[in-house]
Design a protein around this ligand. Structure first.
Ligand code: HEC
Length: 474
């Protein structure tokens, strides 16, 4: 990350440990758990593969986010979807055969949203974010019912029990948190993993919850008491994703590319379906339990028939990682998400081929410019900010005409209280200070991630470029 520092004082020890782990992952491959910069790193190898093809059925896209999409979840009737994005928002979609319409854009997390799930039989959803909290949403109104705060540790995965009473969140502080959705409170902190917890899943009756982590273990817990029951599986590498197949079987995907099925009662591997030495990012089971599949770090989705445990289809559907996908019930179709700011539908069968739609490189993947200031902007700001009025807001407000703007004053952007209450007027000096000292010092309480640019030359280059690129021309 160059001189950009993402450490905050009190958690820096822990963060350092995470940084070490992240570096470790980068050496081994790409994990879904890494920072947003990591996929960029991972794409080097893909940059040359300009002729990948995806299968589709007339390309149905869900377009509306301002950044990469981390997760997608489709309702049991197949009529609605939820997407969680790096742009801090969740979008609730109404699906038809040919398109997706936005019902609500749901804003309330203070950081990237990593996962979202429907609460069965209720007009509600739950989400988890880099801000560490669990969001509970009213899908009728699109409003946040409650944000149950945790300490500032990433929460990566969320699951809901089939009766809609409980939620579980997988967190990077090594714990699983259990929540009671009736009382809207945290009930238990499940401690036992060594390392970041990446995934959680409930047993079909909701009495047990399974968790999987960087330590390569799948652990079983009792939801009524929070008691640790037993280890169910130990894999040599970190596990990124798990999904329940039936009362005795659980599918998992690991950082070393292993995708397999574990027998829960026997607590052992029952079949290894594939191992392609690319990190598996996500594992999904169709709602009728007949299909299971994975999405990997290099854009591949592979689907298996559960009865025969044979591969039935595979395709490279995108450039970069498949962070998540979900099956449309009763149809051989999935929606997948990753570095693009839209979700794409892929018809598995009958399979048709067409060119991958995403632009490459995506705006935040450009890493070359002869202007050093533009280079800083592309690397450190462009994932969250645009420079022109027509491109609008992303996770952060547009920086168009930011010089001379009073902090927190754009009418169509939802700022934190910190910026709304601030008296700062943005100019060369104040923006310089913002990245010399860090947004946490200059605008305490801001949603903007902690980052510092220590080099005076690079700061000056960035500010000169920003001024050129954001000053209205007429
Ligand atoms: C991960 C997302 C993210 C990145 C990266 C990021 N920002 Fe921001 N930025 C935000 C958010 C969110 C806000 C709004 C903060 C708030 O409301 O507290 C913001 C606010 C700002 C503001 C105040 C604008 C206003 O209208 O008051 C400026 C200036 C700014 N960012 C500049 C930058 C620059 C320059 C960079 C690159 C060095 C950068 N940001 C990188 C998310 C980001």
């Amino acid at each position: 990350m160059g001189e950009t520092s993402q450490n905050s004082g009190k958690e820096s020890g822990q963060r350092l440990e995470q940084d070490e782990r992240q570096k470790d992952i980068m050496r081994k491959g790409c994990a879904k758990t890494a920072l947003w910069t990591v996929p960029v790193f991972c794409l080097w190898s893909l940059a040359l593969a300009a002729h990948a093809f995806a299968a589709d059925d007339g390309v149905v896209k869900l377009t509306g986010h301002g950044g990469p999409i981390k997760a997608i979840s489709i309702s049991t009737d197949g009529k609605r979807a939820l997407t969680a994005s790096f742009d801090y928002s969740i979008v609730h979609w109404e699906l038809s055969d040919s398109e997706g319409k936005i019902i609500h854009r749901m804003i309330g997390h203070g950081s990237a949203v990593n996962d979202v799930a429907f609460v069965p039989d209720q007009q509600k959803a739950v989400s988890v974010s880099d801000d560490g909290s669990l969001g509970v949403w009213d899908l009728e109104t699109g409003k946040l019912i409650k944000r149950i705060r945790g300490e500032p540790f990433k929460a990566l995965d969320v699951a809901v029990s089939s009766d809609g009473r409980l939620a579980a969140a997988a967190r990077w502080d090594g714990t699983v948190r259990l929540f009671d959705l009736t009382t809207l409170s945290e009930t238990f902190v499940l401690e036992g993993h060594k390392g970041n917890v990446n995934a959680v899943a409930f047993s079909s009756d909701g009495s047990l919850v399974y968790s999987a982590a960087y330590d390569g273990q799948v652990l079983e817990w009792e939801t009524a008491t929070g008691r640790f029951v037993r280890p169910v599986y130990r894999h040599g590498w970190g596990i990124n994703s798990i999904s329940i197949l039936d009362d005795d079987r659980l599918a998992f995907g690991a950082i070393n590319g292993a995708f397999g099925i574990v027998s829960i009662s026997r607590a052992e591997l029952s079949s290894e379906l594939t191992k392609r030495e690319r990190p598996i990012q996500t594992v999904k089971v169709s709602q009728n339990g007949r299909l299971v599949g994975y999405g990997d770090g290099e854009g591949r989705i592979e689907i298996f028939d559960v009865a025969s445990l044979t591969a039935i289809e595979a395709a490279t559907v995108t450039y970069g990682p498949v962070w998540d996908f979900d099956f449309l019930p009763g149809q051989a179709k999935v929606f997948h998400v990753g570095l693009d700011d839209f979700a794409t539908r892929w018809q598995i069968a009958p399979r048709k081929l067409s060119k991958i739609e995403s632009k490459f490189p995506r705006r935040f993947q450009r890493v070359n410019s002869s202007d050093p200031g533009e280079l800083e902007f592309l690397r450190k700001c462009s994932v969250c900010h645009t420079l022109t009025p027509d491109d609008g807001n992303r996770a952060g407000p547009t920086l168009h005409a930011v010089f001379g703007r009073k902090a927190g004053s754009l009418p169509d952007y939802i700022y934190s209280k910190a910026l709304l209450d601030s008296d700062i007027v943005w100019n060369e000096e104040t923006i310089g200070l913002l990245f010399e000292k860090g947004p946490d010092i200059v605008t305490p309480g801001t949603k903007m991630p902690i980052q510092r640019l220590k080099s005076v030359t690079r700061r000056d280059d960035l500010i000169r470029y920003l001024k050129e690129a954001t000053t209205p021309k007429n």
